[in-house]
Design a protein around this ligand. Structure first.
Ligand code: SAM
Ligand code: SF4
Length: 343
């Protein structure tokens, strides 16, 4: 390992609203083997490979953030597991788990490659993963992901559990699409001892002919539907993230809600997002970003300029995002796709 990227104790990152930044989400590729209708258009143009940070550069970036107090790293994309050689990167990050500087190394995946990689992920020190799954119906799965096939993902989830990884399912709540699967999805997760979180669809990127307002199923409606059948207790539990949790008293199952549209969670935000080209987004729902690739590449072997650029960026972290559908138009829309910033 390059000693210049070994984390050392430094003043931690705190933004202007006194939020400590301890969580970095890293999109390691903008590419994907699926084309989910709410995430991408079918004919996506991807970045030329030369623009991407190399795996070594990703290592330096992440190690520098860890040196500045980041304790949790989530690897995402695009589909992180389609990036060539990505296991080398996971293996490299495991040294920060071993040193105790990093408390958690995790990933968000569509599950398509898990059958192949689950044991390696577990060996690298990954303990929990999020798998995105919106439906348990073969035909609907093929429809929503366009290129994905459900059995492959189900085999991946099984392999992950077999490898000892704790799996959380993330499902985007989609009007008229998975409303009828609310109870089956919850029961399926409960049977397999997996937590389940629903996400409201966000206005990220151009998605071709699809209409956001047609897709949007507010989670307050979903919750009300759950409450018709079950007793729900709000849990105080917070992870510093956007999810709010309820417990279903009848089954003990925990269900999470990520409600960027109907609820604002920005006051406790502890995270920033690095893209695969080295742009740092201080907020998923704002356009402000800082280019970290330039200071990284201008000073090989010396991370001082990179650290300064990171600190300068954190000083610009905005108070929150402005997504809003309430006036029956899509407000606060971002031009970039979720797969670019990393969902
Ligand atoms: N490919 C991986 C996956 O699907 O899990 C990781 C990247 S994906 C962009 C991360 C998460 O973002 C997924 O759970 C996906 O459902 C979600 N997502 C993508 N576009 C979204 C949107 N417009 N609104 C809400 N969630 C979205
Ligand atoms: Fe790929 Fe994930 Fe986007 Fe679906 S949500 S297209 S799996 S990046």
């Amino acid at each position: 390992m390059d000693q210049s990227t070994a984390p050392t104790a430094k003043t931690p990152l705190v933004d202007p609203f006194q939020r400590a930044i301890s969580y970095l989400r890293v999109s390691v590729t903008d590419r994907c083997d699926f084309r989910c209708v709410y995430c991408m258009s079918e004919n996506m143009t991807f970045l030329p490979k030369a623009q991407l940070l190399t795996l070594e550069e990703l290592d330096t970036m992440c190690s520098t953030f860890i040196g500045l107090g980041v304790e949790k790293l989530r690897i995402t994309g695009g589909e992180p597991l389609v990036r060539k050689g990505i296991m080398t990167f996971f293996d490299a990050m495991s040294r920060h788990l071993a040193s105790g500087a990093l408390r958690e190394l995790t990933l968000t995946t569509n599950g398509s490659q898990l059958e192949k990689f689950a044991p390696d992920l577990a060996a690298a020190g990954v303990r929990r993963i999020n798998v995105s799954l919106d439906t348990l119906d073969d035909a609907k799965f093929a429809q929503i992901t366009r290129w994905g096939r459900l059995p492959q993902v189900l085999r991946g989830i099984e392999a992950a559990q077999k490898a000892g990884l704790r799996v959380k399912i993330n499902a985007v709540a989609l009007k008229g699409f998975n409303e009828d699967e609310l109870f089956t999805l919850a029961a399926w997760c409960a049977d397999r001892d997996m937590d389940l979180t629903f996400i409201e669809v966000m206005p990220m990127g151009d998605i071709g002919n699809e209409d956001r307002l047609d897709q949007y199923w507010p989670l307050r409606d979903l919750r009300a539907r759950l409450a018709e059948r079950f007793t729900l207790t709000d849990l105080a539990e917070r992870t510093g993230g956007p999810a709010r949790y309820v417990r279903i008293e009848e089954t003990g199952q925990k269900i999470g809600f990520i409600t960027p549209l109907t609820h604002n969670f920005c006051e406790s935000c502890n995270r920033v997002r690095l893209t695969c080209t080295g742009e740092l987004y201080m907020c998923l729902g704002q356009e402000d970003m800082a280019d970290l690739r330039a200071p990284l590449r201008a000073n090989p072997g010396d991370t001082e300029a990179l650290e300064q650029a990171i600190r300068a960026a954190i000083r610009l972290k905005p108070k929150g995002h402005d997504f809003d559908y309430s006036r029956q138009v899509v407000d606060g829309k971002m031009s970039r796709h979720m797969s670019h910033t990393g969902g």
